[in-house]
Ligand binder design. Structure first.
Ligand SMILES: C[S@@+](CC[C@H](N)C(=O)[O-])C[C@H]1O[C@@H](n2cnc3c(N)ncnc32)[C@H](O)[C@@H]1O
Length: 275
């Protein structure tokens, strides 16, 4: 695939950051996949089928759109947070949580036994704390992960080379409609600002054929919590209710709580299903 100067003009700073990480790591294949994902172009390899190739690109930023005014005003809150996770802040998270998934196997085996899914996507997958267990059940080729942090995606690729891992942003998933039986987040919606949360949820609902799962910090009312000295970076909510109120195609089918005593982080999970 040959690139004209068009991609460089369109790519957001976070995607450019991911690409430079991937290129530094010598991953030409992953660079092509990441560019294809970012721009919805077909890429060679196992990701090709899943990538959007027919979705109208009206929701994407066009050259000359808001770009100029955004440049004058500085990055939006959405871009600020994406850049935060894509940079050193995200790298430090990955370092701190290298072993985060070690206790999660019981949840995933019992969850997938009750709610079978063949093809699974985790949005904000980091280095695979959840996907490592899901891959053992559904097979790595049926497992997909997306994260804005190129370092996390590189690490995931090194740990689980057969899992389909890609760098991108949650508000613009580069996948086909209804391509996954299950699309989920774990500790990711809490980090989305008000401006992009509706788009992120809509994308997750769009790419799921059947199940939407989220495991997040719960609060009956929106509550901001300081997150490692960053403001605007963590909001607790009733995410199950937000999905139900905004997506009439969803019904709630299950919910639960995963406490610290089980090796999780006191998160509430909600499972929704398309009617
Ligand atoms: C708290 S970590 C959770 C990681 C993983 N889901 C888990 O359960 O261990 C949040 C992850 O979401 C990613 N993330 C945050 N905002 C994102 C966005 N807008 N698009 C894609 N990934 C994002 C971060 O890079 C990070 O890997």
């Amino acid at each position: 695939m040959r690139f004209s100067k068009r991609p460089a003009q369109i790519l957001t700073p976070s995607i450019r950051h991911c690409l430079s990480n991937l290129v530094r790591a010598g991953g030409a294949k992953w660079q092509r996949a990441a560019v294809a994902a970012a721009l919805s172009w077909p890429a060679p390899g196992p990701m090709t089928e899943a990538l959007t190739v027919t979705r109208p690109r009206t929701s994407r930023r066009r050259k000359g759109d808001a770009v100029t005014s955004e440049r004058q005003a500085g990055p939006s809150e959405v871009e600020r947070l994406e850049q935060l996770w894509a940079g050193d802040f995200g790298r430090r998270y990955a370092d701190r949580n290298a072993d985060a998934g070690s206790t999660r196997q019981p949840f995933w085996s019992s969850f997938l036994a009750s709610h079978p899914a063949e093809r699974v996507l985790e949005v904000g997958c980091n280095a695979g704390a959840n996907l490592q267990w899901i891959a053992q059940i559904v097979g790595p080729g049926n497992v997909y992960g997306l994260d804005v942090s190129g370092d996390a995606i590189n690490e995931l690729h090194a740990r689980l080379p057969s899992v389909n891992a890609i760098c991108g942003v949650a508000r613009d998933l580069p996948f086909r409609d209804a391509w996954f039986d299950l699309c989920f987040t774990a500790g990711v919606l809490i980090h989305q600002p008000e401006e992009s949360l509706p788009a992120v949820m809509a994308e997750i609902v769009r790419v799921s054929r059947q199940y939407v799962l989220c495991g997040e910090y719960y609060s009956p009312e929106v509550m901001e919590v300081d997150y490692r000295g960053q403001t605007g970076a963590l909001f607790k909510r009733d995410f199950g209710r937000v999905y139900l109120e905004n997506f009439p195609s969803l019904k709630m089918v299950d919910e639960g709580f995963l406490g610290r005593d089980e090796g999780w982080d006191d998160i509430t999970w909600w499972l929704l299903e398309k009617r």
